[in-house]
Structure formats: structure tokens, C-alpha cells
Write a protein that binds this ligand. Structure first.
Ligand code: 13P
Ligand code: SF4
Length: 327
């Protein structure tokens, strides 16, 4: 059923089929759960059982009693769910939904970097392949990176990979000097400082809010920096009525739902006339692919046992530390 050459089940959807109704029926029939990231399109977020950031998706996967997990997000999120739940079927609507940040850290090169620095503790962002996690001491997400780094002594020798922007940001707010891998996310790296400043001139009352995967100049002009979940929470509690949002624009769907009276302006990228910034990998997932994936139970995310056995340790360590920190 799965067309390996395209990475998803390409069965035509019957004309007039109510996809939401069918997805609801199949999910119940198969005891499946749909977990979606905030960067998914609004229709997918609305049909999901749970929408969250990378940490929340891992936490949710770890505790579900469902037989099937459909992870509507990108591949490393599916891998994390599979590593935590080896006995469950973990599906992803499109196997080609990768991540430029994870791709910027090939496992063999990262392992050589780690070996070249004996005595260092290795902290890896969750946006990495299972093979990178297998040579990691503790995984972090943008929600818990600061607190987990701070849980190590001030003078601890730490390697942080793969996002140099997040690493630089954590170094700057914690006073650490972690060794950084030279990786980045193509979506967050391309926000235009000039265009954001122009928007701020046009809307001086707007708060600029940014994800820590953005480059330093964007972080420096931002009123608030945080993970997608933290940005969402901030828009709900801040007194501001308008926000310039420097992260993938899918998150605005939930922001608008939670605060219908507020205005959300996507921060523009520097390379196009398009006003917003979308992750092409995240956007590979569609309602039709989600339906077919649930119906035919493909494509499935798999992780070789020998990698899973190593990769599960730093993920569980992250979940334990997060629980202890109340995150
Ligand atoms: P969070 O979900 O941790 O905010 O990270 C965003 C991201 O880049 C996911 O790919
Ligand atoms: Fe990866 Fe960037 Fe897309 Fe997130 S937004 S999935 S970090 S490429």
C-alpha cells in the first residue's frame, strides 16, 4: 500500500468523503491516538486528540494506552514516540517529513565530535535522529533546555547539539560555555530582521515573540523568547493585543483560537514575497495523508533495536528531569 518512492499511501480519496468523520470513526475502531505538533495545518490540529510542542508530544506518547500512535509532525517526533513505545504501532502521514535541523547533524560526524571531546556530557536537542540520540547523555527540547542545562554544575563540560542558535541562546542566559554543534533550522534562520523592524514601526504596540531557534539579532529585538508552548502561553497571559510571531506560522492557529480578540502577525522571511514562514517538511502532512495513514496503517516509523536501546536512555532522562522540574 505504501508507495516507497513518495513516502506515503497515495490512495485516492472518494469524492464527498467526510474526512473528519472518517478519521474519528477509524481512530475509535483501531484504538488510535492522533498527536499533532503546533506547526501542522489548522485542520489537522483540529482533528487531533492532542496538539503540543515537542516535549508535550513525547510526554503524551509515553503515557498513552492507545494501540496506534499517529504522530502528525516530522520524522524525529515519530522516532521519539517509537523509541518510547516499541510495542505500539507508530505512524506518520508522510515519511518524507524530515527536519533540516536534524539533517544538519549526521550521526557519524556527531559521534566523531563527541569522541574528540572525552569527559564532556552530551546534551542533544530532540530535533535529532535516533542514531544521534544514541550517543547522547540527555535530550532536551526548547521548553526544558534551560532548566536541564542548569541542572549541571556551572563548570560542567557540556556539548550541545545540533542547534547553534538555541545553544548560543542557552549559553547567554545561563552563563555557560557549552561546545556547540554547527547546525540550524532553515525555517527559523530565514526570518528577516529588517522586515520585522518595519512591522514593529507599523504596529508599535505589538510584542515581538520568537522561538530560540531564531538567529541572535531576532532574539535580541524580541520581547519574549520561548518554545512554541511557551509562546502560546505568553500570548494568553500578556496584556498586549498584537504580536509579531517569529516561528513557524502554524502555531498562530492555536494562538488565535485561545485569544480570538488578539491579532497575530507572522514574521516574514527574507527570501520571498510571502508574508509568513512555513516549514515545508511539516506541511507535507495533509488531511488526506492522515486519513490514508490511519486507514491503511502505513507508513510506519521503525527504529532498529540496537539504536533504540541506547536512544531511550537520554529521552527517559529528559522526561524524568522534566517531571522533577514540573515541566
Ligand atoms: P518546539 O516544539 O519544542 O517548540 O520546537 C519547535 C520545532 O522546531 C519543532 O520542530
Ligand atoms: Fe525542523 Fe525547522 Fe521544520 Fe522544526 S521548523 S521541523 S526545526 S525544519
Amino acid at each position: 500500500m505504501l508507495d516507497q518512492s513518495i513516502g506515503y499511501v497515495n490512495k485516492p480519496i472518494p469524492v464527498g468523503l467526510d474526512l473528519v468523520k472518517e478519521i474519528n470513526r477509524l481512530r475509535k475502531e483501531k484504538n488510535a491516538i492522533i498527536l499533532a505538533h503546533y506547526y501542522q495545518t489548522g485542520d489537522i490540529q483540529d482533528v487531533a486528540d492532542f496538539v503540543g510542542d515537542s516535549l508535550a508530544l513525547a510526554q503524551w506518547a509515553a503515557k498513552t494506552t492507545a494501540d496506534i500512535i499517529v504522530l502528525s509532525g516530522v520524522h524525529f517526533m515519530g522516532e521519539t514516540a517509537k523509541i518510547l513505545c516499541p510495542d505500539k504501532k507508530v505512524l506518520i502521514p508522510d515519511l518524507n517529513a524530515g527536519c533540516s535541523l536534524a539533517d544538519s547533524c549526521p550521526a557519524d560526524a556527531f559521534e566523531a565530535f563527541v569522541k574528540a571531546h572525552p569527559g564532556y556530557t552530551v546534551i542533544s536537542y530532540v530535533n535529532t535522529s535516533a542514531a544521534v540520540k544514541a550517543v547522547t547523555d540527555v535530550v532536551v527540547t526548547s521548553t526544558n533546555a534551560r532548566q536541564i542545562v542548569e541542572s549541571f554544575p556551572q563548570d560542567a563540560k557540556l556539548i550541545f547539539g545540533p542547534d547553534k542558535n538555541l545553544g548560543n541562546y542557552i549559553n547567554s542566559i545561563t552563563g555557560r560555555d557549552m561546545l556547540l554543534w554547527d547546525g540550524a533550522c532553515h525555517v527559523h534562520e530565514k526570518f528577516s530582521l529588517e522586515k520585522i523592524l518595519e512591522l514593529k514601526k507599523q504596529y508599535p504596540d505589538a510584542e515581538i515573540i520568537a522561538h530560540p531557534e531564531c538567529k541572535q539579532p531576532i532574539i535580541q529585538i524580541s520581547d519574549f523568547v520561548g518554545s512554541t508552548a511557551a509562546l502560546l502561553k505568553h500570548t494568553m497571559t500578556s496584556g498586549a493585543k498584537r504580536f509579531i510571531v517569529a516561528t513557524e506560522s502554524g502555531v498562530i492557529h492555536e494562538m488565535q483560537k485561545k485569544s480570538p480578540e488578539k491579532e497575530f502577525i507572522p514574521a516574514p522571511p527574507n527570501d520571498s514575497t510571502c508574508a509568513c514562514n512555513e516549514c515545508s517538511f511539516m506541511r507535507l502532512n495533509t488531511m488526506a495523508k492522515l486519513y490514508n495513514c490511519l486507514r491503511y496503517e502505513q507508513p510506519e516509523v521503525t527504529v532498529p533495536d540496537e539504536i533504540r536501546e541506547k536512544a531511550v536512555k537520554p529521552i527517559l532522562r529528559m522526561l524524568e528531569l522534566s517531571a522533577r522540574l514540573g515541566l
